[in-house]
Ligand binder design. Structure first.
Ligand code: MSP
Length: 640
C-alpha cells in the first residue's frame, strides 16, 4: 500500500463527546498507528461539524451565538482526543475559512456546470434530521429515520442533480465490493438505491435556518449542512488550495462512519465526488452502535457513558483496549462497567500484567535483573519454537485483521500469544529450573518468554501505546516505538541488558461486590486498634509464637480475588496458610521468600481452605508489604 488516508466523521458540536464518538476516533487512531508502524505514509483526519440546525438550536438553548456554542464545545472534543492519545494529523472545523472558501468554490463550479439548479419545491421536512422527504418516503406519516412528525414546506431552493447518477452509482458499488463495508451495509445501500433517487436539496433559506455557509450565488440561502460537512474530507487535504498535497492523499483509503450516516456517505458523497470529477474513496466502513446494556446510548435515556470518567477510573490504555477488543467491527456492542472490569481483570491485569510482573520478578531473582544470554540464534528447543510459532501466528493474524478491518480478531490473537507465554512458563517452571546447577535451561526459558512478550507488546502497541512502551522499556528496550520489521526477528532483546520494574502494569480492579473481606479471617495480619494506645506486658507478647518460614508453594484460592494459599517450611515442618495478599503479590514471586509467621494462631478455615498460622505484613492505605528477614537464616527460627 502506497499511502493510508483515514477519516472519522466530523462531530456535531451541539453536545459533549460520548463513547460512540470516542470509538470511531480511537479506531481510526489505532489503524493510523498500525500503518505508521508498517512504514506506510499516513494521514489521519478528524474534526467538527459546526453548522446547521442542531448547533443553532443548542446555541439558542444555551443562550450563546452558534459560533460561541461551537467554540466552547469543540474544545471538549479536542481535550478528549488529547487525553485519549489520538494522533490525528489535522483537525478541521467547518467554520474555518479554509473550509468555507472551498465549499463555496465547489458550489459555484457545480452551478456553472448545471449540476445545481434552482426550483420551487414542496416536501415533507423533518426538523430533527434536517431532511426533506416525499410522501412515499414517510413511514406512518412520520420521518422514516427518527419517526418524529414532519411538516409540509413549500419554498424555493437549490438542488444537486443527484438523480442522474443513480444508475452509475449502483454499477460502481456492484463493481467495487470493497467500496462499502461490511458487505451487509453494501446491500443496505443497494436496497436504498432500488427506489428512484431524488435530486438533493442543498440549500436552506436563511429565513428558516441561517447558521451555515452562504451560497456564493444567492445571499438569501445557506448551504445544507451535509453538503458542507462532507466536503471536509477534501478541503482539509488541499482540494483547490494545495493540489500536490491533495493528490498525495486523495482518494481516501478508509472513511470510518457509524451505521447511522450510511446514506449520506454512500449515496450523497459519491455522487458529489462524481459531479466534481473526483475518484471515490477506496472504502467506507460503517461500524455498529455502542449500546448501554440492551438499549441505545442516548442523552434522552440518560445512559450515556462519559469517556472522561472511564479514563479517570481505569486509564487511557485500558479504555482504548476495551473499545477495540469488545466491539466486533461492524456489529453493535454493549458497554457496561461490569463488562469493562471483567475484561480489564481477565485480559489486562491477569494475563498481561501478571506475565510482566512474574517475568521481571524471576529475572530479578535468578539473573541479577538482566536479560540472560540467548544461547542460540533461534529458539532453543521444541517448546521455545512452539511458543515462537504461536507468537508469529499472532503477528500474521494481526496484520491480516488490519487489512480486513477485523481488528478485534487481531487483538484476540495478540492476547492468545500472551496466554501462550503464561502457559509456557507454567510448563517450564523456571523456579524449579533455578535449583539446577546448569543455568542454561533457566536462561533459555526466561529469554524465550521475554522475546515472546516483546513481540506481543509490540503488536498491542497501537492500541495501548503508553502501557506497551512501559513493557518494552521494562525489557530493556530503549526505543519509544517498536519496529514492526522486528516482529518477525528472533533475538532482538539484548542479552545482559538490565530489566526494570516500573510497578504493576494494570493493577487489578476490585468491583463493588468484591470488597476485601474482614482482615481477622481473611486479610493480612493487622494489629488490633488498641495496640497503639494500650501497653502490653512481656508475658502477653511472649505468648505469641513468631517463627521464620520459607514459602515453598503458592497459588490463588479459587473464587477469592484477595487470597493466596501458601505452603511454608518452618524447620522440618511444612504448613499450609491462607493469606489475603493476592492483590499485592503474584504467587510465583513469593516462592523462596522467608517471612514471619504467627505459628500458634488457632487454625481457621477460610473459603474452605485450612489456614494454620498467619503471615505478618505491613500495610498503609492501598500498599502492603510482607515482613521478611534482613539476610539468610534457616526457617523455623524464633522471632522475638
Ligand atoms: N456531523 C455528522 C457527521 C458528518 S461527517 C461528514 C454526525 N455527527 S455526530 O456527532 O452526530 O455523530 C458522528 C458519529 O459518531 C457517528 O456516525 C458515529 O460514528 C459516532 N457515534 C455517535 N453515537 C454512537 C454510538 N452510540 N455508538 C457508536 N458510534 C456512534 O453524524
Amino acid at each position: 500500500m502506497k499511502k493510508f488516508y483515514v477519516t472519522t466523521p466530523i462531530y456535531y458540536v451541539n453536545d459533549l463527546p460520548h463513547v460512540g464518538h470516542a470509538y470511531t476516533t480511537v479506531l481510526a487512531d489505532v489503524l493510523a498507528r498500525y500503518h505508521r508502524l508498517l512504514g506506510v505514509p499516513t494521514f489521519f483526519l478528524t474534526g467538527s461539524d459546526e453548522h446547521g440546525q442542531k448547533v443553532q438550536k443548542a446555541a439558542q438553548a444555551a443562550n450563546l451565538t452558534p459560533q460561541e456554542q461551537a467554540d466552547q464545545t469543540v474544545v471538549r472534543f479536542q481535550q478528549l482526543w488529547k487525553k485519549l492519545g489520538i494522533t490525528h494529523d489535522d483537525f478541521i472545523r467547518t467554520t474555518e475559512d479554509r473550509h468555507k472558501i472551498i465549499v463555496q468554490q465547489i458550489l459555484q463550479d457545480l452551478l456553472q456546470r448545471d449540476e445545481i439548479y434552482r426550483a420551487e419545491y414542496d416536501g415533507w421536512y423533518c426538523v430533527a434530521c434536517e431532511r426533506f422527504y416525499t410522501a412515499k418516503d414517510l413511514v406512518a406519516n412520520a420521518c422514516p429515520e427518527c419517526h418524529r412528525p414532519v411538516d409540509m414546506i413549500r419554498e424555493a431552493n437549490y438542488f444537486f442533480r443527484m438523480s442522474k447518477y443513480q444508475a452509475w452509482l449502483i454499477e460502481y458499488i456492484q463493481e467495487h465490493p470493497k467500496f462499502i463495508q461490511p458487505d451487509f451495509r453494501r446491500n443496505e445501500t443497494l436496497g436504498f438505491l432500488r427506489k428512484p433517487l431524488n435530486d438533493l436539496c442543498i440549500s436552506r433559506p436563511k429565513s428558516r435556518m441561517s447558521w451555515g455557509i452562504e451560497l456564493p450565488f444567492d445571499a438569501d440561502f445557506v448551504t445544507y449542512v451535509w453538503f458542507d460537512a462532507l466536503v471536509n474530507y477534501i478541503s482539509a487535504i488541499g482540494y483547490r488550495s494545495d493540489e500536490a498535497a491533495f493528490h498525495k492523499w486523495w482518494p481516501a483509503s478508509l472513511q470510518l462512519i457509524g451505521k447511522d450516516i450510511l446514506t449520506t456517505h454512500t449515496v450523497y458523497w459519491p455522487t458529489m465526488l462524481k459531479a466534481m470529477n473526483l475518484p471515490l474513496p477506496e472504502t467506507i466502513f460503517a461500524h455498529g452502535w455502542w449500546l448501554t446494556g440492551e438499549s441505545k446510548m442516548s442523552k434522552s435515556l440518560g445512559n450515556v457513558v462519559n469517556p472522561m470518567d472511564m479514563i479517570e477510573r481505569y486509564g487511557v490504555d485500558a479504555f482504548r483496549y476495551f473499545l477495540i477488543a469488545e466491539m466486533a467491527m461492524g456489529q453493535d456492542a454493549s458497554f457496561t462497567e461490569e463488562a469493562f472490569i471483567r475484561k480489564f481483570n481477565a485480559d489486562l491485569a491477569n494475563d498481561l500484567g501478571n506475565l510482566l510482573s512474574r517475568l521481571l520478578n524471576m529475572l530479578g531473582r535468578y539473573t541479577q535483573g538482566k536479560l540472560p544470554a540467548a544461547h542460540t540464534p533461534a529458539p532453543a528447543g521444541a517448546e521455545e519454537q512452539a511458543l515462537w510459532d504461536t507468537v508469529q501466528a499472532a503477528v500474521t493474524s494481526l496484520e491480516r485483521s488490519v487489512a480486513d478491518l477485523r481488528l478485534h480478531d487481531g487483538l484476540g490473537a495478540a492476547l492468545g500469544a500472551v496466554k501462550a507465554i503464561n502457559r509456557y512458563l507454567e510448563v517450564k517452571q523456571p523456579w524449579t529450573l533455578a535449583k539446577q546447577t546448569d543455568p542454561a535451561p533457566l536462561h533459555t526459558t526466561l529469554y524465550a518468554a521475554a522475546e515472546a512478550l516483546r513481540v506481543a507488546a509490540s503488536l498491542l502497541y497501537p492500541v495501548m501505546p503508553e502501557k506497551m512502551t512501559v513493557v518494552l522499556r521494562s525489557l530493556g528496550q530503549t526505543r519509544t516505538t517498536p519496529k514492526l520489521e522486528e516482529l518477525r526477528t528472533w533475538g532482538v532483546l539484548k542479552p545482559g541488558a538490565p530489566v526494570k520494574d516500573f510497578g504493576p502494569l494494570f493493577p487489578r480492579v476490585v468491583a463493588g461486590e468484591e470488597q476485601p473481606p474482614a482482615p481477622a479471617t481473611d486479610g493480612p495480619a493487622q494489629p488490633p486498634a488498641a495496640a497503639s494506645s494500650e501497653l502490653v506486658d512481656y508475658d502477653l507478647f511472649s505468648k505469641l509464637e513468631l517463627r521464620t518460614a520459607r514459602i515453598v508453594a503458592a497459588e490463588r484460592v479459587a473464587g477469592a480475588t484477595k487470597l493466596l494459599k501458601l505452603d511454608v517450611l518452618m524447620g522440618e515442618e511444612r504448613r499450609q496458610l491462607v493469606a489475603g495478599i493476592a492483590l499485592h503479590y503474584e504467587p510465583e514471586a513469593l516462592i523462596g521468600k522467608t517471612v514471619v509467621v504467627v505459628a500458634n494462631l488457632k487454625p481457621a478455615v477460610i473459603r474452605g481452605v485450612e489456614s494454620r498460622g498467619m503471615l505478618l505484613a505491613a500495610s498503609k492505605g492501598e500498599q502492603l508489604r510482607l515482613v521478611t528477614l534482613d539476610g539468610e537464616l534457616s526457617s523455623g527460627a524464633k522471632v522475638k
